[in-house]
Design a protein around this ligand. Sequence first.
Ligand code: ADP
Ligand code: ZN
Ligand code: ZN
Length: 743
Amino acid sequence: MYVEVVLPLPLRHGFYYRCPPALCNRIQSGQRVLVPFQNRKLTGFVVETRLELPPEFSPTSALKEIILILDEETLISPGLFKLSKWISDYYFAPLGEVLKAALPPTLHKGQSKYSPIKTQLTVSLQSDCQQVLQKKKLTAKQLSVVQLLEKAAQPVLLSDFLVRSGVSAATLRSLEKKGIVRISNERVIRDPLGSCVGDAPVSRLEPTVEQRVALGELIRLLEQRSYTPVLLHGVTGSGKTEIYLNLIETLLAQQQDSLVLMPEIGLTPRVAREFRARLGRTVAILHSALGAGERYDEWWRIRRGEAKVVIGTRSAIFAPLPNLRLIVVDEEHDDSYKQQESPRYNARDLALVRGRMAGALVILGSATPAIESFYHARNGKYQYLRLASRVQDRPMPKIRLIDMRTEFASTGRSVVSSELETAIRERLARKEQILILLNRRGYSACMLCRSCGQNIQCRNCSIPLAYHKSRNRLLCHYCGYQQKIPNKCPSCNSEYLYFLGEGTEKIEALLTEKFPGVRLSRLDRDTAQRKNARSQILSNFQRHEVDILVGTQMISKGHDFPNVTLVGILSADNSLAFPDFRSAERTFHLLTQMSGRAGRGDLPGEVLIQTFFPEHYCLKYVLQHDYEGFYEKEARFRRFMHYPPFSGLAVVQSRDKSLDVAAQAINHAAKLLRSVVSDETRILGPTLAPLARIKSEHRFQIIIKSENRNHLNTILKGYLAEAERLGIDMRKVHIDVDPVTLM
Ligand code: ADP
Ligand code: ZN
Ligand code: ZN
């Protein structure tokens, strides 16, 4: 018997092994096996078992044998295996890499054994300790241990107990000797939401009329038990979460599973908590910020059917739920659903693929749907449901543009306009809260030389270095390279260097100076670095221990702060000026989502947007809360320029430390692509990528556009086949199907 095995390596094909007779009746596709590979032992996945080798395959040497089957149960169910193959095929990602991405990290490291649940030392009272306690010859310390343990319902983690009680291990050991305390190895499930277990269950909300209508329709679709894609287009604050919760409860009553994808759970811990508080332990959480142990345990709870609801970020699309009936993609427009390294899948799109395979209802939810999604809803490919107003008739926030050209002419200011300053002052006086968005971290965007006009660039990337004052360093936001602040220009030796372009760090300093005594906090990648720092900053703001929160787009995501009545957006221009075909769309999302943070409670909200370019159509539509208007305008541009959704898009990029090698690789790719191209497809380039050098690698790219996605796939397949035939080293070449940026 022969077995095809894929390895977690950037190789696009599998390898054949012989299966030793003793293993033949146990081996199945989807299992992990240990195999010899180039003098190493690697963990691979069984793709297929067969009695004879395929006729076109002629081994050059004797086939090696599988060493070991690592899993008695298959880790990857047939359904997920099928999905993985689809991904491998569509995104041109090696199947081994896809399968690796489908499992929690500890499971693909190739341990030969695994334990579904870790055992850890725990401490509890002996069940018959009362008799011993009757005599009670205990010290005060020992007594306090007994009292603490009496309160605990179940064994407590030893390490936790020592930290929290402050008693020594010796005290515990002495109690163990007396037969009062039991220390043992117990199965402990690490729980990412541990701290909120036992929170009071939240009360259910009486649905609004709009919610009720949408819910009625969704339940009807759910009961059809067949694949149905739906775009749920609900303005910010329209109560989409409540609808998801109701649907999940309906399914739980039927013992059926639901999957909810979110862009970044670390940023919106509130929502995960809400789900847990309402639905209990049946909710599992999966995202990359969890510790490896937590992820592992959550994965097994899902796999064993103990958790029937999964909330997770993009990789949770692989959650091993057996009876999937509902997939929700919340904030479906968000770019973070797209993985930027191989396998370069988009979890939003995969939700539809998995939903089709499972016959599930798939809800794409957003206040600002992706242009692609709205297009499909328009064309009837998706059902369309609209929530046009906020719950409890709360008004949409009033949005105003501040023309910074006039501001600059009259006051010379270019950072915080006098209008915004006045508005902040008013809110502070009324004890209301304020969010200030600037989508750029650091103190200054770059350091410029007045003599020669050069800016100081990263050593490894073609990017200017940003100035971070608190660290007193120049820092690259792409590769992390940092250096001291130079006192002379590296190009011309001039001393006339100056900083340009404000970042969040500078705004924080500026506002502290303008509003002495105000409680101010900042949320960006710098302040959020420590574990739990983000949720700390957010919950301080939630509890109104902070008046003004300054931050990058991190503060724009799904937060619900009822006391925020003012949102200030310092510059709409940064993101509009970004040289990418999606920059207007991204700006529309960002500004609308950010505006949506204002006026979510009883008090009405106001939004002030500063710009040097108030005529831009994107701003006009944001101002009028006019998504459809924006869509029409943007769709015209996309159709004209042959961009998605009117055209399929792929990028082939070459990367190498040597400019020559990268150039050669892309020229070769261009030649091969042109040899297989068809009439409906256009090949643009090769050109230097807009980010021409990142992490010391030069980047060239080719853009492929095709009216027909099947053609696109066929051409890329033809290209790869040709490259393989010619024995071309493909490690320098990266293929991105449906890219979210062309940078
Ligand atoms: P969205 O995700 O659509 O922006 P949320 O789901 O965050 O909106 O809901 C906004 C707020 O409205 C939340 O504080 C939520 O608790 C509240 N809410 C939702 N539905 C109702 C309802 N039927 N009655 C009262 N409040 C509601
Ligand atoms: Zn200079
Ligand atoms: Zn760099």
